[in-house]
Design a protein around this ligand. Structure first.
Ligand SMILES: Cc1ncc(COP(=O)(O)O)c(C=O)c1O
Length: 454
């Protein structure tokens, strides 16, 4: 039941104050007292670069496609909260599952005495995986899932070297950070603590023959060292610029890795769970040979923090007999609340009607918003990339313009984020619950902002 005056989620934007408004400003002043200065510094830098303020709004409510801020402004969230609210914020089935579970138990004993919910979720994920008898390691964040995948790969191959891709982003814990091709600046301060044996190669972007060939050669060279046990790849670069990988080239890379005794991790944290509109685990890419490990996160928990590392049985056996100790676990492993939320998300996304509606939403987002804007010469769009509900527009004017557009969109009631290695993209990962009116209004707002901000 939605309380009187609460968001429904199908509203059009309504912004009645400056952005941020006076209440948000007070919150942000308080935030500055306790928040790590890295985040304040980022806002300052964005403001300097774009000539527009980048103080945040403060979210107080979120439902469906909408969020409300501390000043009672309503926004349409074209990010779905970093891609998490794929089925809309506060999806009723997810909230009901959390409420039911919270009446019974909110915490269990991880790997020692698991909850019934954790067992159910692992069964469901194993059945959804692309290989028979798949095994599961749950985590709390995407980075956690990648850590589990990297550890599994090194156990299976006894080789610590990792092949990663330029532009790739896998989270910022030490394991994934070492393989962060998105930004060398993220790695540099921590270099002394990171895996030094990472080979970065070109990403095999669909339609880019030179990149595909450079990628093949880079992978071959790295594998020839005999030190590489892992290839870690996103089927569509997300944060690194919404670049779709070439399905055939990715399949060939898997074959090369297998021939050299290495395992392949498909990072489907962003692309999976139907964000790319085609499947749970492999986002519909026609891999001519399957990867060995798939990592899911973000949308999997419907808003609760959970990730899953799915392992081919042959890789999972490498964990062997841990001598009576769990060598990879954590206090909150398989948290029952998060598992219940993920089960509700899986119920929804395994329903053919919901799947059809996600596909229809993706088609409508491209035809109603992306294509008309990208095709309008006045908008200064240099390129469009992506798949399903993961879309990037590369803007003429680079990072400076992207930041100014992001801010102007916010002032008109739309949440969008910058993306790409150079920050020259506007990224859209909308929830699959937008109304026709929200899409039409969003398109006209985006068109007007792009025409104004040059
Ligand atoms: C492809 C991909 N992998 C991993 C991560 C890291 O996930 P988290 O931020 O939950 O650690 C992200 C986050 O954006 C991602 O996009």
């Amino acid at each position: 039941m939605i309380a009187d005056g609460a968001l429904r989620g199908d509203e059009l934007p309504s912004v009645g104050t400056e952005v941020p408004g006076p209440r948000a400003r007070r919150w942000v002043e308080r935030l500055a007292q306790s928040e790590c200065p890295a985040l304040t510094a980022r806002r300052r830098r964005r403001a300097e670069l774009s000539g527009t303020e980048h103080d945040p709004i403060v979210w107080t409510e979120a439902r469906g496609a909408c969020v409300r801020d501390a000043d009672d402004n309503i926004y349409v969230d074209f990010t779905a909260g970093f891609g998490v609210a794929m089925l809309g914020h506060s999806r009723p089935s997810v909230i009901a599952a959390i409420q039911r579970q919270s009446g019974r138990m909110v915490h269990a004993l991880g790997d020692v005495f698991p909850s019934d919910r954790k067992i159910e979720l692992e069964e469901r994920l194993s059945a959804a995986a692309p290989w028979p008898n798949a095994k599961v390691i749950l985590g709390l964040s995407g980075a956690d899932g990648i850590e589990a995948a990297l550890k599994s790969a090194v156990l299976a191959t006894r080789r610590a070297g990792v092949i990663a891709f330029e532009g790739g982003y896998h989270g910022l814990a030490h394991g994934p950070l070492a393989a962060c091709g998105y930004s060398a600046r993220f790695r540099q301060p921590f270099a002394g603590q990171l895996n030094a044996d990472v080979a970065f190669v070109s990403y095999p972007a669909k339609g880019d023959r030179a990149a595909i060939e450079a990628s093949r050669q880079g992978v071959a060279r790295a594998l020839a060292t005999g030190r590489m046990g892992t290839v870690l790849v996103e089927p569509v670069l997300g944060r690194g610029g919404v670049v779709e990988g070439d399905g055939e080239a990715l399949g060939r890379i898997v074959q090369m890795a297998h021939a050299a005794g290495a395992v392949v991790i498909a990072d489907e944290i962003y692309t999976g769970s139907f964000r790319c509109a085609d499947g749970w685990c492999l986002s519909g890419l026609s891999w001519s040979e399957l990867p060995d490990i798939v990592v899911l996160g973000k949308a999997l928990g419907g808003g609760l923090p959970i990730s899953a590392c799915l392992l081919r049985d042959e890789v999972a056996v490498a964990w062997g007999d841990p001598d009576g100790e769990a060598v990879h676990t954590s206090t909150f492993l398989g948290n029952p609340l998060a598992c219940s939320a993920a089960l509700a998300v899986m119920d929804e996304l395994e329903d053919p009607t919901v799947r059809a509606s996600v596909r229809a939403q993706a088609e409508a987002f491209w035809s109603d918003v992306i294509e008309p804007v990208a095709g309008d010469d006045r908008c200064g769009v240099l390129g469009v990339g992506g798949r399903g509900l993961l879309v990037g527009l590369r803007l003429d004017g680079g990072l400076r313009r992207v930041l100014a557009v992001m801010r102007a969109m916010l002032e008109r009631g739309y949440v969008v984020l910058p993306g790409g290695v150079k920050g020259d993209q506007l990224t859209f990962t909308p929830p699959a619950v937008l109304t026709d009116a929200q899409r039409a209004h969003g398109r006209e707002t985006l068109r007007a902002v792009l025409c104004e901000v040059r």
